[in-house]
Write a new protein. Structure first.
Length: 336
């Protein structure tokens, strides 16, 4: 025989208003329970670039710190290929259960401009968690090939004197160094010939060897060679000077006010990931990036902690997508 309490509860649920309130409350209760239980197992962080590159290194530094706070391992899953689109596609297909994330880098953000339509929409299929790092880009020259070029205006004068025949190299067609140089050429009204390589390492090797005289590179790839005086830094693309190269002026300081070109990385989750999980992950990311040791580790490899909220990250994604998309279209740049 049912107790008076259970009969009372049963009768209360027959009230349409009470039933509606219970229906509304159940998802909230379930979501709260999920958030309290999460994470209950290791988290996968897809890094859509090879091990050892700037995105991979930054991801490992930050993931290690966040793992401690979350009390779960964050497992790095390198899935490289096609400017990060292979890894991004895998992340887009992953369940939106809070156990898969992907590290977005600028090349992946711009991939659809260079490769055409991808199997996913970078804005519709992902939810921003937060920005992770800024990766300054620096213009370097071989001091033996260009002994008299010590600043940006000197390089521009040399390029004009050679009638646009002076070469420069980058990590590849459509790379951020390529886009930055092409935008600078347009603004500065000078020309240089692009010699693309397949990756930063071979480009830097030939730059040091003198096969090409100049390069716009991410700081990670050239910092050791600048310190060894095998390369000379003549400008940084970011809006402010870089602490690792305090004496090197920005492009903006050398005659191009407002110029700001910075590659960056941000953490994304598959669309539909519970908001409580996004909020928790973003909060832990912010805490990790505020840690002095994490900042020092990132700076030691040429990148800088740069947290932004999910909303700020989403805004930055759209702004860079439009800005660099225009550069790509105006200069008819492809990945070929």
């Amino acid at each position: 025989m049912a107790s008076p309490v259970s009969r009372s509860a049963f009768r209360s649920l027959r009230n349409p208003v009470r039933r509606a309130l219970v229906a509304l409350a159940l998802p909230l209760i379930a979501g709260s329970a999920f958030a309290q239980a999460w994470p209950a197992k290791p988290i996968t962080l897809i890094v859509p670039f090879p091990p050892g590159g700037p995105t991979d290194v930054a991801s490992r530094i930050v993931a290690q710190k966040m793992s401690v706070a979350l009390k779960q391992n964050i497992v790095i899953d390198n899935r490289s290929g096609a400017s990060g689109t292979v890894g991004a596609a895998a992340a887009a297909r992953a369940p939106s259960d809070g156990y898969t994330f992907v590290m977005l880098a600028t090349p992946t953000l711009l991939a659809s401009h260079l490769y055409g339509p991808t199997s996913y929409d970078i804005f519709k299929n992902f939810t921003p968690v937060g920005s992770v790092y800024d990766l300054p880009i620096v213009l370097v020259v071989n001091p033996k090939s260009l002994p008299d070029v010590t600043n940006l205006q000197g390089l521009i004068a040399k390029a004009k004197a050679e009638g646009g025949k002076l070469n420069y190299t980058t990590a590849g067609a459509g790379s951020f160094g390529h886009l930055t140089t092409e935008q600078l050429k347009t603004i500065g009204k000078f020309d240089m010939q692009h010699v693309p390589y397949r990756g930063s390492a071979p480009a830097v090797t030939d730059l040091i060897g003198g096969q090409v005289p100049a390069m716009f590179s991410d700081l990670v790839g050239v910092l050791p060679h600048i310190r060894a005086e095998k390369l000379r830094a003549i400008a940084v693309g970011s809006g402010q000077r870089v602490s690792l190269l305090p004496d090197v002026k920005t492009v903006a300081e050398q005659g191009f006010p407002g110029f700001d070109a910075t590659s960056w990385g941000g953490l994304l989750a598959p669309a539909g990931t519970p908001k409580d999980v996004i909020d928790r992950m973003s909060a832990e990311l912010k805490t990790a990036l505020a840690d002095k040791q994490v900042q020092e580790k990132l700076e030691s490899v040429g990148s800088f902690a740069a947290y932004r909220t999910p909303e700020q990250t989403g805004t930055r994604m759209r702004q860079d997508f439009e800005r660099w998309g225009k550069v790509i279209r105006d200069n008819k740049i492809t990945n070929q």
